[in-house]
Design a protein around this ligand. Sequence first.
Ligand SMILES: [Zn+2]
Ligand SMILES: [Zn+2]
Length: 135
Amino acid sequence: MNLEAVLLGAGMTVTRGRQEIFNLLKVADRPMTMNELLSQSPALDRATVYRTVRLFEKLGIVKNVYFGQINRFELSDNFVDHHHHIACKNCGRIEKLHSQSLEKQLVKLATKVDFSHTSHQVEILGLCKNCRLAP
Ligand SMILES: [Zn+2]
Ligand SMILES: [Zn+2]
């Protein structure tokens, strides 16, 4: 899927701000906080960035990723491969995780209690090697 198709489908156009926020999320190697999005798009005013992220959430372009209290944003499964994350509680380092067996297991769990599975959020918190070794 591409940004233009989704926006056009919703009767909207690609603006400079929308394209810029989309590009930032596309090249990011981890989910971004609102503050990171704001500081990396200095040409856009604050309201535009907030409005764009809300719009992207509504249109399913962006999804929320929660690590404890910190809310981050990344492109949805429509734009990138489905994956999960592990975040270091100490330094904030984030790695992507892929697991076919986890995906299968989650669907199975839902089925077991007579639900159809539509989506899930699984994020792991931990301590990375550096932080475990630090005195
Ligand atoms: Zn760490
Ligand atoms: Zn999954």
